[in-house]
Design a binder for this molecule. Structure first.
Ligand code: GRF
Length: 205
């Protein structure tokens, strides 16, 4: 870790992988002192697996059905992450809860991305729920993962205004754009040793 050794990322996905793409692009453009060492998907048909293939990044679908418990499944993921010398795990649209095996193998080194201003609208429907609630601003949250969904110490948040004409699609588009900009930035903060966790608060040096 630190400024000399490039950080090796393990990116966990379940879907389209536009955030994975943003990380790959920032890394390839030299904007990020980190490279993606491995991509792991919980879903066989995640488009993010194709993105990894295009960039010649090792990628795996780890099938939950092949394991007897969530714990065994998470151990398999830890083995893969270790095999590729990962030191920071990024959950980029990963639709599963990461369990103790992953969290204890990577203390303060699992980052999650969420499409709302937590603690508002946690869970899988943050965007439609924000619209339905009629909020005038929503946004993105990047935080350290802990044992429950969307509750870990917050690294950074950015606001996305909700316009009267917004629907789910247009709001999702704006949120994704913001995520693509700030997820690489948060990774950079971690990779350069600028994040200090103090209880629930994360200081940026
Ligand atoms: C992102 O909006 C993220 O906030 C949420 O899942 C979405 C993943 O999008 N957790 P993509 O697969 O990176 O395009």
């Amino acid at each position: 870790m630190g400024e000399l050794e490039p950080t090796i990322l393990g990116v966990l996905i379940s879907g389209t992988g536009t955030n994975l793409q943003a990380i790959i692009d920032a890394s390839e453009n030299g904007e990020l002192p980190a490279k993606v060492g491995v991509v792991i998907s919980s879903s066989s048909d995640a488009h993010g697996l194709i993105r990894a293939k295009v960039h010649d990044i090792p990628r795996f679908w780890v099938d939950r059905q092949a394991f007897g418990s969530n714990e065994e499944y998470d151990w398999e993921i830890v083995h893969k992450l270790k095999e590729f010398n990962v030191n920071l795990v990024v959950l980029a649209g990963y639709m599963r809860l990461v369990g103790e095996p992953i969290l204890s193998a990577y203390p303060q080194a699992v980052i999650n991305l969420h499409p709302s201003l937590l603690p508002s609208f946690p869970g899988a429907h943050g965007i439609p729920e924000a619209l339905a609630a009629g909020v005038k601003v929503t946004g993105i949250t990047i935080h350290f993962a802990d044992q429950t969904y969307d509750t870990g110490p917050i690294i950074l948040q950015r606001i996305v205004p909700v316009r009267q004409e917004d629907d789910e699609e247009s709001l999702r588009e704006k949120i994704r754009k913001t995520e693509h900009k700030f997820l690489p930035y948060a990774i950079k903060l971690w990779a350069t040793g600028r994040l200090v966790v103090d209880g629930r608060r994360v200081k940026i040096l």
